[in-house]
Design a protein around this ligand. Structure first.
Ligand code: ZN
Length: 136
């Protein structure tokens, strides 16, 4: 099996404006790539680079997964995102293993990448995002 690189760590926050300066201070980077990702009901901004890259997520809809996460657990670490060559094939592999999927098919994520989430019940309590770069 090919080893996968960590693309970013997702952090759930109530407000991007309030939280970005803190994470700029932690990572030493500047915020970039801020956009609303409609398919997930969130607004995101990235900060840092390489293995230190962080994605801050704030809900734009009350029914979004991140809004529910914040209501239940408050701000904090939300997901790990790994780069894969083929998200659809990975979903098929997880499905065949009996894993619980949040996304049955890949959907558009930030920066036009294809993404899909695996339910934490099937990944040791950690929400895992799979990202296929350069598509969508
Ligand atoms: Zn992410």
């Amino acid at each position: 099996m090919t080893e996968r690189a960590l693309d970013h760590v997702g952090i759930a926050v109530h407000s991007l404006d309030d939280s970005l300066p803190l994470f700029e201070s932690i990572t030493g980077g500047k915020g970039y790539g801020r956009e609303v990702v409609g398919s997930q009901g969130v607004e995101v901004v990235f900060v840092g680079s390489g293995a230190g890259r962080v994605e801050l997520l704030a809900p734009v809809r009350e029914d979004s997964g991140v809004a529910k996460y914040l209501a239940r657990r408050g701000p904090g670490m939300h997901h790990l995102c790994y780069r894969v060559d083929d998200v659809a094939a990975e979903l098929e592999r997880y499905r065949a293993e009996g894993a619980q999927l949040i996304d049955q098919t890949p959907r558009p994520g930030a920066a036009g990448h294809l993404v899909a989430f695996i339910h934490p019940k099937s990944t040791g309590g950690v929400l895992v995002e799979l990202l296929q770069a350069g598509h969508g």
